[in-house]
Design a protein around this ligand. Structure first.
Ligand SMILES: NC(=O)c1ccc[n+]([C@@H]2O[C@H](COP(=O)([O-])OP(=O)(O)OC[C@H]3O[C@@H](n4cnc5c(N)ncnc54)[C@H](OP(=O)(O)O)[C@@H]3O)[C@@H](O)[C@H]2O)c1
Length: 292
C-alpha cells in the first residue's frame, strides 16, 4: 500500500491536509506525525511545518521518502525545486523533482487570476494590495486573535513576516518572486502591499493588471470561468462566502477609467484550502497518479 505522511499534523495546515487527503479516491495509507514522532519510510511526505523545521527535516528524510511536498517557503525559490499550482504548472513536476514546494497563499490567489489570461495578454505590470486572514499566520496567531485585547482585534496591520533590508516585508517579496517563478515571467513587474486584517479565514486581494493589449472584459470573464477551480461572479463575493470552499472567486472586474489596457478586480479564496492544503492535496494526487 502506498503511504503519504503528514508532518506537522497538529497545525492549521496539517489538520486541513488530513481532511483534504481523505478526499482522494485512489487507495493509499495516511500516516501522521507530530513534533516528537520519528518519521517512518514513506512514498510521499507532506511537510506542514514552519521554515526552520522544514529546513531541518527535508534533508533528514530524503533517503526514506520518494517525494517531499513542502508547504513552507524554505525551498520555494531554490533552483531545481518546482513551485507548483497544479492548474497552472503541473508540468514542472517530474520523476527527478523529489522535493516540490507549494506556494505562498496570497501569491496563489494572484496567479490563479493571472494564469488564464496569460496566453491572451502580454502583462507588463501587476499591483496588488492584500487583505490577509488571521488563519494565514498559523494557530498561534489565531489563538492571539481570540484573546481579548489582541492587537489584531478590530484592526488591519500592514506588516506580515519580517521587514527586509530594502524595506519590503518577506511576505511582499514572496508576492514578487514566487509570482515570477510560477508564471515563468522572470521580468514581470509585481508591486505589492500585504496587510493582515481582522478576518478569521480567507485571504483577499485588490488587483490592478496592465497589459500591452487593451482588455476585452467579456473575454476576461470567459477565460476566468473556463479555468478549473476559478469563478468570476457579477455579485460581490467576500471572504465569508469563500471560506470552506475550493473555488478562487473574482469579482468587481472593471476597466481603468483612462487606460483600456489596465483592469482592476478583487480576488478572494480560502487560504487554508487553495492557499495551502487543497493545493498540497492536488500535488499529492498528481504524484500518486503519475510517479508513485
Ligand atoms: N496557514 C496558512 O494559511 C498557510 C498557507 C500556506 C502555507 N502555509 C505554511 O504552512 C506551514 C504550516 O503553517 P500552519 O499555519 O499550519 O502553522 P501552525 O499552525 O503553526 O502549525 C505548525 C505545526 O508544525 C508542528 N511542528 C513543529 N515542529 C515540528 C516537528 N519537528 N515535527 C513535526 N511537527 C512539528 C507544530 O507542532 P505543535 O503543535 O507541537 O506546536 C505545529 O502543529 C508554514 O510553513 C506556513 O508558512 C500556511
Amino acid at each position: 500500500m502506498k503511504t503519504v505522511g503528514i508532518i506537522g499534523i497538529n497545525g492549521m495546515v496539517g489538520q486541513n491536509m488530513l481532511a483534504e487527503l481523505k478526499k482522494i479516491n485512489t487507495p493509499f495509507e495516511i500516516k501522521t506525525f507530530g513534533r516528537n514522532d520519528e518519521i517512518t519510510p514513506l512514498d510521499i511526505a507532506v511537510l506542514c511545518t514552519d521554515n526552520p523545521v522544514s529546513a531541518q527535516i527535508a534533508p533528514q528524510i530524503k533517503d526514506r521518502v520518494k517525494f517531499t511536498v513542502d508547504m513552507s517557503s524554505e525551498f520555494r525559490m531554490t533552483p531545481g525545486v518546482p513551485l507548483v499550482i497544479p492548474e497552472i504548472n503541473a508540468h514542472a513536476i517530474t520523476p527527478n523533482t523529489p522535493l516540490i514546494a507549494s506556494p505562498n497563499c496570497t501569491t496563489t490567489g494572484l496567479v490563479m487570476s493571472l494564469a488564464p489570461l496569460a496566453p491572451h495578454y502580454h502583462f507588463t505590470e501587476v499591483f496588488f494590495c492584500s487583505y490577509q486572514a488571521i488563519s494565514g499566520g498559523g494557530k498561534k496567531l489565531l489563538d492571539d486573535f481570540h484573546t481579548p485585547g489582541s492587537y489584531y482585534e478590530n484592526n488591519c496591520v500592514p506588516l506580515i513576516g519580517s521587514v527586509q533590508p530594502n524595506g519590503h516585508t518577506s511576505e511582499e517579496l514572496k508576492g514578487l518572486y514566487e509570482t515570477r517563478k510560477i508564471m515563468e515571467m522572470p521580468h514581470l513587474k509585481v508591486y505589492c502591499h500585504t496587510v493582515r486584517v481582522a478576518v478569521e479565514n480567507s485571504h483577499s486581494l485588490g488587483v490592478t493588471l496592465k497589459a500591452k493589449e487593451n482588455f476585452d472584459l467579456e473575454q476576461v470573464k470567459k477565460l476566468w470561468n473556463a479555468f478549473p477551480n476559478l469563478v468570476y461572479s457579477e455579485k460581490v463575493i467576500t471572504p465569508k462566502e469563500a471560506s470552506g470552499l475550493e473555488t478562487t472567486f473574482i469579482c468587481r472586474l472593471r476597466r481603468d477609467v483612462e487606460e483600456p489596457n489596465i483592469i482592476h478586480y478583487f480576488v478572494t479564496f480560502d487560504n487554508l484550502l487553495k492557499g495551502a492544503a487543497m493545493n498540497g492535496r492536488q500535488i499529492v494526487e498528481l504524484l500518486l497518479e503519475k510517479f508513485v
